[in-house]
Design a protein around this ligand. Structure first.
Ligand code: NAD
Length: 420
């Protein structure tokens, strides 16, 4: 089935719940309750464009589950954003916050748009109007957005400003991933990529793989992929390939990560004329390169039943959300490839977002060392908990992480009971 049609991330997310629910022997009613999204808002809204015209955009905010605390999840700007994708991403946020055991539920948002073709003014107009449209759903006690694909601290600043204007006072805790000057947290920018590195390092230790000299391949060089690449390079690993939406740069002797990222910044392209020590490859070729560690850090459904049997990495640490389908998971597990699943590998971002929110609510400022120490502790503890379940239950790391996360949400649901 998966071979011939585009994979729907929501089908993937639903299938994952079924797999974990079977392991947990979950009550059917509780399973149904936690499978479905609690609230979904679709908005169509006008934006003034630079040429004076009005353009209608479609956006979404989905709150999947708030049993364990306020909803939390990023906002994505991408042409392919649709309701099913946002629902799947919201569901993964619920399991992720439960895996690292921080007191949040899961949400996600997005606007269907092509931010690369929009001016800064148009992006600001769109962000402010979208914020107004979803303002009844968000807030520090209800639902706290953050950056995701093609959104950044500036977008968070516009959301915070618009929400604060609506309230009549400053509400920094309404979003995380803000600029430092507006109550952002030290260490938030690096948190997701750093978390991918920390969890990959733990996986490497499990497989007796030494990081210095290990070949690392990274799909995506944005906030997650770019930062992870820097951490691997600093640890002495050899980043042999990295890509953006247009394709990848490959050098079997190792890329100079700083040069590639500088080139991307300067030319919006990773293979500019002045950086030609690398060969150009497609994103599909990149995934199948000979390497020890593969980091998908772009979009969903990259590793499927079509290419899973050709993946050569020994370890996959998922920076992106939903990059691997359940069919591919089964193939990778049979082939002995160690997968650190998204809801663990990329949980560093939401963990430091949680620190940012706590600092905002308490009007405190933590040092970078405090943030780093707390992040390390939470991710290493969570990795060990997931690994223990995987070894005890003889299941892959994704199933183990889902068993841990879904188990916690199910137990919270049971304790709260069903109203009325
Ligand atoms: P970003 O916008 O900073 O970067 C996205 C990167 O993906 C860019 O390098 C872009 O060129 C590349 N890309 C886009 N389309 C691609 C394609 N079709 N093939 C290959 N590369 C492509 O976004 P980000 O924040 O780095 O997010 C990347 C992934 O990580 C997403 O799945 C996101 O949901 C996930 N994630 C992000 C965070 C966070 O804190 N930003 C946290 C957890 C998970």
């Amino acid at each position: 089935m998966e071979q011939n049609k585009k994979v729907n991330p929501l089908d993937v997310a639903m299938k994952q719940v079924d797999i974990a629910a079977a392991h947990l022997k979950l009550d059917k009613g509780i399973c149904e309750k936690i499978k479905y999204t609690q609230r979904e808002l679709t908005v169509h809204f006008p934006v003034k464009m630079d040429d004076g015209s009005l353009k209608i955009f479609t956006g979404y905010r989905v709150q999947h589950n708030m049993t364990r605390g306020p909803a939390k999840g990023g906002i994505r700007y991408h042409p392919d954003v649709d309701l099913d994708e946002v629902k799947a991403l919201a569901m993964w946020m619920t399991w992720k916050t439960a895996v690292v055991n921080i007191p949040y539920g899961g949400a996600k948002g997005g606007v269907q748009c092509n931010p690369k073709s929009m001016s800064p003014q148009e992006l600001e107009n769109m962000t402010r109007r979208f914020t107004w449209e979803i303002a009844m759903m968000i807030g520090p006690d209800r639902d706290i957005p953050a950056p995701d694909v093609y959104t950044n601290p500036q977008v968070m600043a516009w959301i915070m400003d618009t929400f604060s204007i609506l309230k009549g006072y400053s509400v920094p805790g309404v979003v995380t991933g803000k600029p430092l000057e507006l109550g952002g947290s030290l260490g938030r920018h690096e948190a997701t990529g750093k978390g991918v590195f920390i969890t990959a390092q733990e996986a490497a230790a499990c497989r007796q793989l030494s990081l210095p000299g290990a070949r690392v391949v990274i799909q995506g060089c944005g906030n997650v992929g770019g930062v992870a690449a820097q951490y691997f390079a600093r640890a002495g690993a050899k980043v042999v390939a990295i890509s953006d939406s247009k394709g990848g740069a490959y050098n079997p002797n190792g890329l100079n990560v700083s040069d590639v990222l500088d080139c991307k910044k300067k030319y919006a392209c990773i293979l500019a004329p002045e950086y030609r020590e690398a060969e150009e490859i497609t994103n599909a070729e990149l995934l199948e390169l000979d390497c020890e560690i593969l980091i998908p850090a772009a979009l969903e459904s990259q590793i499927t039943s079509k290419n899973a049997s050709r993946i050569k990495a020994r370890i996959i640490a998922e920076g992106a959300n939903g990059p691997t389908t359940p069919e591919a998971d089964a193939i990778l597990y049979d082939r002995g490839i160690f997968v650190v699943p998204d809801i663990l590998a990329n949980a560093g971002g939401v963990t430091v977002s949680y620190f940012e929110w706590v600092q905002n609510l308490q009007e405190l400022l933590w040092s970078e060392d405090e943030i780093s120490e707390r992040l390390n502790r939470i991710l290493k503890r969570s990795f060990t908990e997931v690994l223990n379940i995987s070894q005890k239950e003889k299941v892959d790391m994704r199933t183990a992480a889902l068993v841990l996360g879904i188990g916690r949400v199910a137990e919270a649901t049971r304790l709260r009971g069903i109203y009325p």
